[in-house]
Ligand binder design. Structure first.
Ligand code: F0G
Length: 481
């Protein structure tokens, strides 16, 4: 929720009080320089003891509610037939309106099962945009991911409310070209992660379904960020101003044939699931669950997390929970815009996205501007963001780099974790960095894994630009900041 102050400014207001805290440390810049050098300029390889604000991801890092914690105490640790599973099933029935549930240990496990069951060599899988793990699983199964976004999607500065929409014309052409029998399914990702947490509209979801249903193609929603997408529909789509988040989610689910998700985001736990009303789809996936994940009633999740998820699914439909990160991101993005720092607009869900291409236009895409900027942000603030650009794209079959559509530094906003002073600090240090942007150079790999290289790859700063940047920072802020 946001609230308007008497001077007219709008601030995100926390509809909770903080009763458990975790101490953080702001290591001096000199130590941060050493840490990022050791991490090969890859923020994934930093240790949390060296991090002040961890904005790498909102995945598994949200604050849980007291009710979620309390529910964990009643976990029924049975290998088979656990009551915890049935409590989660009740929540899924109530909120999603789905009868069939397959729990999995996290989102990518659901993607693995979907790939194993439905994606065949030569198939296409149309989607509004890929996610890294989705693409990896569908590629490994021999499918081809097609991203059929609209013209608005890749504009980093925009006022278009639904940049996560699918282009229906492109979808129709793609299906005709491949033949409907060669389409595994169509995937719509809620609050499209890699293009800046941008939602799709209910209207677009409905239109996609209307196009593919007569062709016998089913619709999958990646609902990892489903409550945020519902929140944006509530805020931005005509006719939904007075519809509850619960009813919006219910409507989205009634259009989709199947929903899978990472429970680590909107649901504020560590787990995942596949849910559907289509018995044929459920029956096709189900045999693989105990092979890859665990027995049908736990699927690799702990009973405690299953209990917390049963509560988290219900709580994410509360307006203030669905909007907890979106409202903070809106505030954070506005602070940065005010200071002239290039960010993705409109503000989306999950994170504030800094546009590295516009921030450091002197760094060519072949030298990974988003990677370089993520490292520079850490060095000057102790804030860990995530590279979401060409480092996050693996090489093609000829060993060539695949330039990413966007070069973004994602500063994730976990739900109910940070406060206004944290965003103010972050915006201040980013502004300093923007004023010193000409000091930032590119990166070059010296260790590069073949799959999902962004997790473990290591890079050098070309021309060793980190050292002079550190010195300029220390000159302005002293040795302790
Ligand atoms: N789908 C989406 C849209 C995601 O954002 C993620 C994870 C996954 C699937 C995979 O789920 O991590 O539970 O296996 N996103 C995290 C992130 C990793 O940081 O954005 P997972």
């Amino acid at each position: 929720m946001s609230i308007r102050l008497s001077n007219g400014t709008e601030i995100p207001i926390e509809m909770h009080k903080i009763r458990i805290v975790q101490k953080v440390r702001l290591a001096p810049a000199r130590d941060r320089f050493r840490a990022i050098e050791e991490a090969g300029y890859n923020t994934f390889l930093l240790r949390t003891r060296d991090i002040f604000l961890d904005m790498l991801t909102d995945s598994g890092t949200n604050a849980m509610s007291d009710n979620q914690q309390a529910a964990m105490m009643q976990a029924d640790d049975a290998y088979a037939g656990s009551e915890s599973f049935y409590r989660l099933l009740d929540s899924v029935k109530e909120i999603f309106g789905y009868e069939y549930l397959l729990p999995v240990h996290q989102g990518r496990a659901a993607e693995h099962l979907l790939a194993k069951t439905f994606v065949k060599p030569g198939h296409i899988v149309p989607m509004n945009y890929h996610f890294t793990t989705t693409k990896a699983h569908f590629d490994l199964a021999g499918g081809k991911v097609l991203e059929l976004y609209t013209d608005e999607a890749l504009k980093t500065q925009s006022s278009f409310p639904f940049k996560g929409n699918m282009d229906l014309g492109r979808l129709s052409v793609a299906i005709e070209k491949a033949g409907p029998e060669n389409v595994s399914f169509v995937r719509m990702e809620a609050t499209t992660n890699l293009i800046g947490g941008q939602p799709f509209s209910m209207e677009n979801l409905r239109q996609v379904k209307a196009l593919i249903e007569p062709l016998g193609i089913f619709l999958v929603v990646d609902g990892s960020l489903i409550s945020e997408n519902a929140y944006f529909i509530h805020q931005r789509e005509a006719g939904y101003e007075n519809t509850s988040i619960k009813d919006i989610i219910r409507e989205m689910m009634s259009i989709a044939d199947l929903c899978y998700l990472s429970g680590r985001k909107s649901c504020s736990v560590r787990g995942g699931m596949i849910a559907t009303n289509r018995k044929d789809l459920y029956d096709a996936i189900r045999p693989w669950l105990p092979v890859y994940e665990g027995f049908f009633t736990y699927g690799g999740m702990s009973s405690k997390e299953i209990e917390a998820m049963a509560v988290g699914i219900r709580e994410m439909t509360q307006l203030e929970v669905a909007g907890a990160s979106a409202d903070a991101i809106k505030y954070f993005v506005a602070l940065l815009e005010e200071k002239g720092v290039p960010v993705v607009t409109p503000a989306g869900g999950l994170a504030c996205h800094v546009d590295a291409r516009r921030f450091i236009s002197q760094v060519p895409q072949s030298e990974y501007p988003a990677g370089a900027l993520s490292a520079a942000v850490y060095l000057t603030s102790g804030i860990r963001g995530m590279e979401r650009g060409s480092v996050s794209m693996d090489r093609d079959e000829h060993g060539n780099d695949v330039p990413s559509d966007m070069e973004l530094v994602r500063l994730a906003v976990p739900r109910r974790v940070y406060t206004i002073s944290h965003y103010q600090y972050a915006a201040d240090r980013l502004k300093w960095l923007y004023d010193h942007r000409e000091m930032i150079g590119g990166l070059e790999f010296y260790e590069e894994p073949p799959v999902l290289r962004f997790f473990a790859g290591k890079m050098h700063a070309k021309g060793n630009w980190g050292q002079p940047l550190l010195e300029a920072f220390e000159q302005d802020f002293g040795l302790d900041c």
